[in-house]
Design a binder for this molecule. Sequence first.
Ligand SMILES: NC(=O)c1ccc[n+]([C@@H]2O[C@H](COP(=O)([O-])OP(=O)(O)OC[C@H]3O[C@@H](n4cnc5c(N)ncnc54)[C@H](OP(=O)(O)O)[C@@H]3O)[C@@H](O)[C@H]2O)c1
Length: 321
Amino acid sequence: MKAIGVNTGTSRLKDLKVLDVPEKPVDKSEVKVAVYSAGLNPQDYRMVEVPDAKKADLVERPNPLIISSEFSGIVTEVGSAVTKFKVGDAVYGRPPLPIFGCLAEYVFIDQKFIAKKPQQINHSQAAILPVTFQTAYMDLVTKAGVKPGQTVLVLGGAGGVGSLAVQIAKDIGARVIATGLTKDMDRIKDLDVDVAVDSQKGELAKISEKVDIIFDTVGVKAQAEAIHLVKDGGCVVSCMVVNTDPSITDNSTITFIPFEFAQANEEALEFANKMVEKGDLDPVYTNEISFNSNDVISEVKDALNAIWNNTKKGRTVVKIK
Ligand SMILES: NC(=O)c1ccc[n+]([C@@H]2O[C@H](COP(=O)([O-])OP(=O)(O)OC[C@H]3O[C@@H](n4cnc5c(N)ncnc54)[C@H](OP(=O)(O)O)[C@@H]3O)[C@@H](O)[C@H]2O)c1
């Protein structure tokens, strides 16, 4: 089958190419999925371009490395022990780390790492959900344990992960304060936050309401600027940094929950499905690359560079079928 990636440990983004990868037999609990769309993320760039995985807090790089760790497609074969899916089902999901492997004609994946794709969204919309949604869900629900009635401050509420954290927190019944840049205020207000804070206009300093959880997608400086708002016993959870400011770690009443790669998580996908079905979640992608285009390699390289350097806004998918 055709796939896009690099095939040695020393290959980098410049070496990205269309690989011819052998298909494998479907294991007992696996399904074979014809991939219709695959999502691109900063971690695809990092896995290809950063040579020392441990130094970069990454997982070990598989070889060959087929990029993309999220997909949506149609089941074409099921293993003998598969109970949840049948041939023809539309499914989406994310393989467990360190496997990426989704920018390929087929994905072979255990049934526990996928969910049925809700009818309300197309394959490209579904393909951009797993990584960001599972990250927001893991940090906010599983680790920080958000509860109805609590108050959550999302730093970077207009971003990929932050906007999902806002929507999950609202869905659970929390009150949400979200910060963003001036240009993103309309986007943040559209998410129905309770309080929208323009961080470029210094509006955070005017907030006096205490919060139970800070959900950080921006970085250490923003965490330090907001830490005085956290109640005793509250927490700061970050989806991007492992270490934080001493003003946070030295405060024994506040817990800092560091970055960790979110793992494939069926519970999170089921939660996303319920939100989509209720009309509470409508994933938006802005760039769609065709797998069958003659320029696919240069387009994927450009997209990964732009994602990494933050020069292109919105989510990018590669449409395979
Ligand atoms: N743990 C995981 O598995 C995992 C998964 C996905 C992502 N991540 C990490 O999480 C971080 C966020 O990812 P993302 O995809 O959500 O990125 P993103 O879409 O760029 O979101 C960050 C948002 O914060 C905004 N922002 C920047 N500075 C700000 C400030 N001072 N105040 C308020 N808003 C500010 C950004 O605006 P501009 O875009 O205009 O700068 C952007 O809207 C990244 O470091 C990423 O690597 C981790």
